[in-house]
Write a protein that binds this ligand. Sequence first.
Ligand code: NDP
Length: 499
Amino acid sequence: MTITDALPLISPTLASWLNDVSRGKFSTPDIATSGEIAYPVLDPGTGRTLANVPISNSDHVARAVRKARAAMDDGRWSEQDPDYREAALLRLAALVERDFDTLVTLEAVDTGKPRAEAALDIHEVTLVLRYYAGWCTKVTGSTIAAPRQFAAQTIREAVGVCVAITPWNYPLPILMYKLAPALAFGNSIVAKPSELAPLSSIYFLELCSEAGIPDGVVSLVLGPGEVGADLVSQPGIDKISFTGSTTTGKAIMRAAAEHPTKVTLELGGKSPHIVFASADLDAAVAGVAAGIWTNAGQVCVAGSRLLVEESVKEIFIQKLVAFTDEYHVGHALDDRSMMGPMISARQLEKAQATITEAQKSGARITTAGTVHSEVGTFLAPTIIDGLDGSHAAHQEEIFGPVLTVDSFGSEDEAATRANSTPFGLAAGVWTDAAGQSTRMARKLNAGTVWVNTYGVFHPTLPFGGTKASGFGRELGESAVEAYTQTKTIVEDIAGRGGE
Ligand code: NDP
């Protein structure tokens, strides 16, 4: 079944590809499933089925890991010259660019995000691939000042078989944060996309094959969290990189302890967006709006807690509501849409429950923007004000277009409130007072602090969290550490040759 009748913007070629997915027909053997059992993947903007995606069973999962191991052992990728891998990653980036429109449409209907947002995501995919293509030929070791009797050096080698478990909010970019450096440094990788939005990952796997990445080096397993649980429990895995909820992150750490396997966790957040009275308030309004309404707030770094200096709180909220009132909330393929639906009925209900609970606790609830749809899992941008900072709405990740508001009177109070949740992923600071941004950045518990901007991602910028937001860094040079391991080589060079 396809949605071509409902969404004429889906091209016949893409519709035919979706039909192939439903029939379990893939152009690569590295999508590990037989197509016997399938589940419907929905367009959250209409609730219609995009494709019936086959589920991988335990045998498929085990086989994918064995193939990845075999690829490591025979060196079909790991022992190629670095410029061979570089060329393959560049070919992959070129193929993503060739199929840019298709991938944008696919990512948009699968996640619900407007096409303009999906276009930024797919562009980011090409940037990340090209950035790590460059790293293939740049990894170096060192010579060590060991005792003179020895010549000692370190080299960097692939970690081995890597597993990537990725979420539904940024399916292809987050897969790329893991896959591109893993491949650059010679690893094999088995990935499991979220069951809610797996389509761009499936499409991408077919591109990997077309780009000439050898069989078994990149595999995909498909299905719900149990498939992921099965994957992370497999023996023969050397590294797991996970992005998703803190609860699942803990389960993955427990599974990893069984074999001992390296783990990188990029978990949730409750990131504070701090606005001082000295800031350019109009710029801050646009930044705060983008920080929470982008991707309907379903972003790990969503600036979901507004902390605004008391003296400008009322005017700031008025400006924010007026700004947000312009938001056209609608279907991903409607070019007027500035915000789409939430990913699923479950996520929508979770956000609605928090709003209801906040209302019962005496909060002032303001909604803004207009939802232009009778169907789908839409929630209008919502602002919650008037709750104590310890209330669950301020403390727990909502993962929807819901912004809580609190105020502060001094820099220290702003920092204390900002740091008062279990999370530490990101923070935003808007100020024009000299030195204040740096003082604040030093005080904040966050992996990234954005000053007079928000949500800037780039392949060169390391990204990750502290506290319950996880550990390890992705992107930038940090990925060299994450996807290689150091080997020390020591040779006795005491003068036997001259005797
Ligand atoms: P999950 O953490 O459950 O999902 C993330 C990924 O992990 C998905 O691929 C999921 O598969 C997989 N998974 C689930 N259980 C296991 C397991 N035991 N072992 C291995 N992999 C597993 O997030 P949800 O989709 O349930 O969303 C719930 C909440 O998580 C959100 O409300 C939000 O708070 C947070 N979240 C944070 C994200 C971030 O970017 N940091 C992204 C997404 C969610 P599947 O989806 O197929 O079950």
